[in-house]
Ligand binder design. Structure first.
Ligand code: THU
Length: 132
């Protein structure tokens, strides 16, 4: 089994940890750092709705909180076919993804598509804009 297929299976398995009693829509995300570590996240909803955090930000927050900054994979699996990251998550991913970061929209280990952040958020505002 290819590495990406194993990562997808792990992502899907983790969806059981989604805390989504309001939408009943589960999302799981897994990030692999360039140093080889894996961090997982799920969507975590809230009775007040707006404090909800998406799975992608949850996984990245965990990795970043543990000192990681560079990512080789961001794998996403949700309850709909081709669950893509929301706009807020795309901007959040923009901060830490480079052109080598594979963003994988996964339905199963043999049904997935790979994107870059440039594909998902073209013409973005990023830290480069603040360099001057
Ligand atoms: N959700 C994610 O976790 N990631 C996305 O990119 C899309 C939406 C979650 C938020 C909420 O808990 C549920 O899916 C329905 O919107």
């Amino acid at each position: 089994m290819k590495e990406i297929e194993k990562l997808i299976e792990e992502t899907i398995k983790n969806k059981k940890n989604s805390y989504s009693p309001y939408s009943n829509f589960r999302v799981s995300a897994l990030v692999k750092t360039k140093s080889g570590k894996i961090f997982k996240g799920v969507n975590i909803e809230n009775a007040a709705y707006s404090p909800t955090i998406c799975a992608e930000r949850s996984a990245l927050a965990s990795a970043i909180s543990n000192g990681e900054r560079e990512f080789s994979y961001i794998i996403i699996n949700g309850d709909s076919k081709d669950t893509f990251p929301c706009g807020v998550c795309r901007q959040f991913i923009r901060e830490f993804a480079d052109c080598d970061t594979k963003i994988v929209i996964a339905n199963s280990a043999d049904d997935y598509k790979i994107y870059t952040i440039e594909d998902l958020l073209p013409h973005s505002f990023s830290k480069k804009d603040l360099e001057n």
